[in-house]
Write a protein that binds this ligand. Structure first.
Ligand SMILES: O=C(O)[C@H]1O[C@H](OP(=O)(O)OP(=O)(O)OC[C@H]2O[C@@H](n3ccc(=O)[nH]c3=O)[C@H](O)[C@@H]2O)[C@H](O)[C@@H](O)[C@H]1O
Length: 435
């Protein structure tokens, strides 16, 4: 709670003993006090005088403070606000105005472009961190800029920036894709997962809950929440209390946090459990991506297998299918019911699997890449390390199918062909030092 003058009043007034005043002493004290007060008043008035004549006029002290704090950041000012508004402007009937966090990321770029294409207003937000090559993020940004999408450079933990964005634009939806991804990296940098996937998410929800109107939120959870679940295919109703990595644990925590904000504040929240999404403009930390790079370089690649030479498999899902799922989730998201931090009624709370329902072994993935690249891979088969990986994933997608007609249509062979074509053209046209 904010502290106020009420905090200075003793809690039990009857017990607080007041001393009788000594008038002589009081007079002397008053005299020296008045002299000091006059001196400091002059100093203070002088400072105000200098301040007003040296600084440009402003409508209020608070707006001036915010303007000054904006100056120290990479955002703010009238031109910036104009760009933010123009990017978020709805250009179709019944369109949305969507804030896409993680817009320079893999899924974020594709979703932003798809929304813009159909006439929705899209504003991106991304911190352009260096978890993987930021050049690729900048190239995605340039791509989006060409279609009129502006990406604000900032972190989801920056409450002042988020608040400002909601002051400038009345977003109808938030597509929250900013996250610390990667299952294995969580052992190297655990704090980054807590920072982005938990603290950042809570910060965003705090801003959304206070917004008026509150936006509906669709956000990226992960297939990894199924952890050591052995019941296949994975259904949304299955247990998700055995995460195998800190990444999975933070995504699971996100699902619980979503429940809380839905329950207390009436925020409409939809979590999407993505299953190993791949495709053009993908993430270089993912196996299919660095396998491609290393196969082309003639380097060996570590191919994991489970106990007793069992296969390790993933329900690899092509980006275009996932984008359709994201748009379907946005389109069927009901409005949040609260406003200005107060719940007005029950709101929608959903979780969907967005997978391909057709798991492929890592070994088969490598064979597909060998064929497409026309290079034999140097496989280094090794036991699945105990660093957060799970042996397999397999999505049951019937819920998403029922709710918004989600139906993936791209098999791994077809999708990888598109990825390899992009990879060769993207890196082929770049200097060696870029990659
Ligand atoms: O669905 C998700 O929610 C997650 O999907 C993705 O995780 P994963 O499914 O683990 O993808 P990825 O690392 O590409 O490994 C693919 C396969 O290659 C195997 N693998 C991996 C590395 C290696 O050196 N060798 C190997 O065989 C490995 O064992 C695995 O079987 C996202 O990265 C993650 O951010 C999250 O979104």
């Amino acid at each position: 709670m904010k502290s106020s003058h009420l905090d200075n009043i003793p809690s039990t007034p009857g017990k607080f003993k007041m001393d009788k005043p000594n008038y002589n002493h009081r007079f002397r004290w008053h005299y020296s006090y008045l002299a000091k007060l006059t001196f400091w008043s002059f100093v203070f008035l002088g400072l105000i005088f200098v301040f007003f004549f040296k600084s440009p006029p402003s409508s209020s002290i608070s707006s001036d403070l915010s303007r000054r704090s904006l100056k120290t950041r990479s955002w703010g000012g009238p031109d910036w606000e104009k760009r933010v508004k123009s990017s978020s402007k709805i250009r179709s009937k019944n369109g949305f105005s969507v804030l896409v966090t993680g817009a320079a990321g893999f899924v974020g770029t594709h979703v932003s472009a798809a929304l813009k294409r159909r006439g929705d207003g899209v504003l991106g937000l991304d911190n352009f961190n260096d978890y993987y090559d930021p050049t690729l993020k900048r190239a995605r940004q340039a791509l989006l800029e060409r279609s009129g999408i502006y990406i604000v450079e900032g972190d989801i933990n920056d409450a002042v920036l988020l608040k400002k964005l909601f002051e400038v634009v009345q977003f109808t939806h938030v597509m929250h894709l900013a996250a610390q991804a990667g299952v294995r990296y969580a052992m190297q940098n655990p704090k980054s997962y807590v920072h982005s996937n938990i603290a950042g998410f809570v910060n965003l929800l705090e801003i959304c809950k206070n917004a008026n109107p509150q936006p509906a939120i669709v956000w990226a959870s992960s297939s990894s929440v199924y952890g050591l679940n052995t019941k296949v295919p994975f259904s949304e109703k299955d247990r998700t209390d055995q995460p195998a990595s800190l990444y999975a644990a933070t995504k699971k925590a996100g699902e619980e946090i979503a429940h809380t904000y839905n329950h207390i504040y009436g925020l409409s929240l939809t979590g999407l459990r993505f299953f190993t999404v791949y495709g053009p403009w993908g993430r270089p930390d993912m196996a299919y991506f660095f396998f491609t790079k290393d196969i082309l370089k003639g380097k060996s690649i570590p191919v994991f297998e489970s106990v007793n030479h069992g296969t390790v498999a993933r329900d690899f899902t092509y980006i275009d299918d996932v984008v359709k799922g994201c748009l379907g989730a946005l389109d069927t998201a009901e409005k949040s019911t609260g406003s200005g931090g107060k719940k007005k009624g029950a709101a929608q709370l959903r979780i969907f699997n967005l997978g391909n329902t057709s798991p492929v072994s890592v070994s088969d993935l490598v064979s597909i890449l060998e064929k497409l690249l026309k290079v034999k891979a140097k496989r280094r088969v090794m036991k699945l390390p105990r660093n957060g990986d799970v042996p397999f994933t397999h999505a049951n997608i019937s819920f998403a199918q029922r709710e918004f007609g989600y139906k993936p249509t791209t098999d791994l062979q077809t999708g990888m062909k598109k990825f390899v074509r992009w990879y060769v053209s993207y890196y082929g046209s770049r200097k060696k030092s870029d990659h």
